[in-house]
Design a protein around this ligand. Structure first.
Ligand code: GTP
Ligand code: MG
Length: 375
C-alpha cells in the first residue's frame, strides 16, 4: 500500500540525512578545534527543551554550536562522528543542521513528490512547513524516534496532517445512546454498500446488533444487493420499493431499531455525483430529517484528488463526521489518505482493504505514517 509515495518519501529522508551526516562530520572537526565554544548553553542535551523554534533564523553553522563534548543525553549511537544525542542538541538550540539552500532543494523535491502522488496542494504545503520547522527548530516529538532526524521531521509533519480530527470510533459508539444511526454518503460505485456490510460484521464482532436500512431507492437492484448482505450476515434489513423517499426508509430503520432494541442503524444512500444539485439537495434533506449520529463519507483511496474534492462537497451538503477510504488494496498513491482529514477537518476512520466482510481496518494515523515512512 502507498508504495510509490513511500519510495519518494524515503528518498527525501535519505538525501537530507546524507547532508546532515556531512554537516555533522564537518561540525565535529570544527568543534574539535574549539571545544569550549558556546559551553554555556543550558538547554544542551535536551531535545525537548523549551527553545522556541521560531525565535531563531536558520543558520548553517551547526559546528560552532555543537561544542564537541557529547554530554548529557547523548546516546551511544554515534555515526560519522556525531551521535543522535548531539544532533538532537543542535536542533534544540534552534540551529538548522543542513545548509539552507540544500534544504530548500530537498523540500522542492518533496513537494513534487507529494503533488505527483495526488496530495492536495494546501496539504503538501502544510507538510513542507512542518518538515522545515522540525528540521530547523525543535521537533515536536510524539512518535518514537526512528534514529534519523530527517525521517522524524517528515513523520511528525505527516502525522500532523493525517491525524486531524481523529477520535476513537469504538469509544464514541460505546458512549452513544442507542440506537446509533450512521448514514453513508458518496459517489457511485465507491463501496458504500459493501462498507455497510463490513461494518455490520464489525459491530457484530463487538457485540452490537444492527439493522440495515436501504436508503438507495434509486438504483435498480439495490434492495437485492443489500438483502444478500443481510442474509449472509444474518441481519435485518428495512427497504421500500424503488423510487420511494430514502429518508422514510432510514426513518423506518430507526423505528425498527427502537422497537427491537437494536444497537446500530446503518443507512445506505444512492451514489450521487457531487455536481448534481438535485441529488445533493436530497442528501441534505435526509440529513435534516434523520439527523444521524454519524455521517460517513465513503470514497476510493485510488481516487486521489477527486476523492478529496468530493469529500469537501459532500461535507458541505450533509456534514460528515468521518471518512472511509475503500480499495486501499488497489495500490493507491496515498494522496487521498494524506489529504482528506486536513481538507475537511474530519478524520478518516476506516480503510477498506478488499471485497470480503472482514476487509475493513480502523484507520490508525500512526500506523499509516509508519507504512509511508517505515524504518
Ligand atoms: N478491492 C476492493 N473492492 C471493494 C472495496 N470496497 C468495495 N469494493 C467493490 O467495489 C464495488 C462497488 O461496491 P458497492 O458497495 O456496490 O459501491 P456503492 O458505493 O454502494 O455503489 P452505488 O450504490 O452504485 O453507488 C463492488 O464490486 C465491491 O466489491 C475494497 O475495499 N476493496
Ligand atoms: Mg450502493
Amino acid at each position: 500500500m502507498f508504495d510509490g509515495l513511500k519510495e519518494k518519501l524515503g528518498r527525501f529522508s535519505d538525501e537530507v540525512e546524507e547532508d546532515v551526516e556531512a554537516e555533522a562530520a564537518a561540525g565535529g572537526e570544527d568543534a574539535a578545534g574549539a571545544p569550549d565554544a558556546d559551553a554555556g548553553d543550558s538547554d544542551a542535551g535536551d531535545a525537548d527543551g523549551g527553545t522556541d523554534p521560531a525565535a531563531e533564523t536558520p543558520e548553517a553553522d551547526a559546528g560552532s554550536e555543537a561544542d564537541g563534548e557529547a554530554d548529557a543525553g547523548a546516546g551511544d549511537d554515534a555515526e560519522d562522528g556525531r551521535s543522535l544525542g548531539q544532533r538532537a542538541k543542535i536542533l534544540a538550540t534552534g540551529k538548522t543542521v543542513v545548509d539552507e539552500d540544500d534544504l530548500q532543494s530537498h523540500l522542492d523535491d518533496l513537494e513534487l513528490a507529494l503533488l505527483s502522488s495526488d496530495v492536495e496542494m494546501a496539504v503538501a504545503e502544510a507538510v513542507l512547513d512542518g518538515v522545515e520547522q522540525n528540521l530547523v527548530g525543535e521537533t515536536r516529538r510524539r512518535l518514537s524516534s526512528t534514529g534519523s532526524l530527517a525521517r522524524d521531521a517528515l513523520r511528525e509533519s505527516l502525522y500532523d496532517v493525517i491525524s486531524v480530527g481523529q477520535f476513537d470510533f469504538d469509544e464514541r459508539v460505546a458512549a452513544a445512546d442507542k440506537p446509533l444511526v450512521i448514514v453513508f454518503t458518496g459517489v457511485n460505485g465507491v463501496g458504500k454498500t459493501t462498507t455497510i456490510a463490513k461494518l455490520a460484521r464489525y459491530f457484530e464482532d463487538r457485540g452490537y446488533s444492527s439493522v440495515l436500512a436501504n436508503g438507495d431507492t434509486y438504483r435498480a437492484g439495490a434492495n437485492e444487493q443489500l438483502e444478500r448482505h443481510a442474509d449472509n450476515l444474518d441481519t435485518r434489513i428495512i427497504s421500500h420499493e424503488q423510487g420511494s423517499d430514502p429518508a422514510a426508509v432510514i426513518y423506518d430503520g430507526v423505528e425498527y431499531a427502537e422497537a427491537n432494541d437494536i444497537d446500530v442503524v446503518l443507512g445506505d444512500t444512492a451514489g450521487r455525483l457531487h455536481t448534481s444539485d438535485d441529488l445533493m439537495d436530497q442528501l441534505a434533506k435526509i440529513d435534516r430529517v434523520i439527523d444521524p449520529d454519524v455521517t460517513l463519507f465513503v470514497d476510493e483511496a485510488v481516487a486521489g484528488q477527486d476523492a478529496v474534492n468530493r469529500a469537501r462537497e459532500f461535507n458541505d451538503a450533509a456534514e460528515i463526521d468521518g471518512a472511509v477510504l475503500t480499495k486501499a488494496d488497489a495500490d493507491p498513491q496515498g494522496g487521498a489518505a494524506i489529504s482528506i482529514a486536513h481538507v475537511t477537518g474530519k478524520p478518516i476512520l476506516f480503510l477498506g482493504t478488499g471485497q470480503d466482510y472482514d476487509d475493513l481496518e480502523p484507520f490508525d494515523p500512526e500506523e499509516v505514517v509508519d507504512r509511508l515512512i517505515g524504518e
